[in-house]
Design a protein around this ligand. Structure first.
Ligand code: NAP
Length: 242
């Protein structure tokens, strides 16, 4: 019987690449999204055709407790199991310090931290010994300073703290780890000015933003038996940076 993974925010970018990586490895996949229904349905069609696995698309705002509960119930009723969760959904706003509103600040924490907490808590009720959770964090706020998204920085550090708490809470059955990404080539960065991207590339020792597929392989590794003794850890994936 195929294992099952839930990837939140899987319609685009890193989440989409992660779905493909798990499907390649024989998992049935759950593609969660907030708005991009068409992209999610297209991804479902691709993985079902290419990798002969089952895919389920579920629209749910990860910060909405009822929607998450419903999503997890749907997964369990469809597949009868849940082996891996990737808390990937995330949002960021770039604006000047003075423009940051309290509403935006709260929304960032709601989606990026509380959303991951709700998904982990609800999923854990159905996850068995050997299951895994990977939280997708960032080097923002630890290795870099970005005042234009200080709420995002706080959320991603919060997610790292949550990772250790969840690993402790769910021991010894569910391993929980996080990755702290530097830059990845996704929609999240599509509006960055070209000269800024070039100046960042000079700081990255490998010379370029990560491809989503490179991140997805690390997420899969942390969800697989190959990492069976890594737990409560934050793995930096930034190509080397200073
Ligand atoms: P992206 O291309 O902007 O995609 C974001 C995904 O999150 C989309 O699938 C979106 O769904 C989903 N999403 C947003 N709000 C949601 C909500 N409330 N509930 C459910 N899904 C929601 O982002 P990405 O670059 O792939 O980033 C993925 C993760 O990596 C994020 O947590 C981000 O913070 C982290 N990260 C990214 C970078 C980078 O350089 N890209 C660096 C460090 C960390 P819809 O399409 O339906 O809106």
């Amino acid at each position: 019987m195929n294992k099952v993974v839930l990837v939140t925010g899987a319609s685009r970018g890193i989440g989409k690449a992660t779905i493909i990586e798990f499907a390649k490895n024989g998992y049935n996949v759950v593609i969660n999204y907030a708005n991009s229904q068409k992209a999610a349905e297209q991804l479902k069609a691709v993985v079902e055709k290419e990798y002969k696995v089952k895919a389920l698309t579920i629209k749910a705002d990860v910060s909405n407790e009822n929607e998450v509960k419903q999503m997890i119930e749907n997964i369990v009723s469809e597949f009868g199991r849940l082996d891996a969760v990737v808390n990937n959904a995330g949002i960021v706003w770039d604006r000047s310090f003075d423009e940051i509103t309290i509403e935006e600040f709260r929304r960032t924490l709601d989606v990026n931290v509380i959303g991951a907490f709700i998904v982990a808590r609800e999923a854990s009720r159905y996850m068995k010994k050997g299951a895994t959770i990977v939280n997708v964090s960032s080097t923002n706020g630890t290795k870099t300073i970005s005042p234009e998204c200080l709420d995002y920085n706080i959320s991603k550090i919060g997610l790292q703290s949550l990772t250790r708490d969840l690993a402790f809470q769910f021991k010894p059955n569910i391993r929980v780890n996080a990755i702290a990404i530097g830059w990845a080539d996704t929609d999240m960065n599509k509006d960055l000015p070209k000269d800024y991207i070039e100046s960042e590339n000079e700081k990255i020792w490998l010379g370029h933003f990560a491809k989503p597929e490179q991140i997805a392989e690390i997420i899969y590794f942390l969800s697989s038996e190959k990492s069976s003794y890594i737990n409560g850890e934050i793995l930096t994936v930034d190509g080397g940076y200073c």
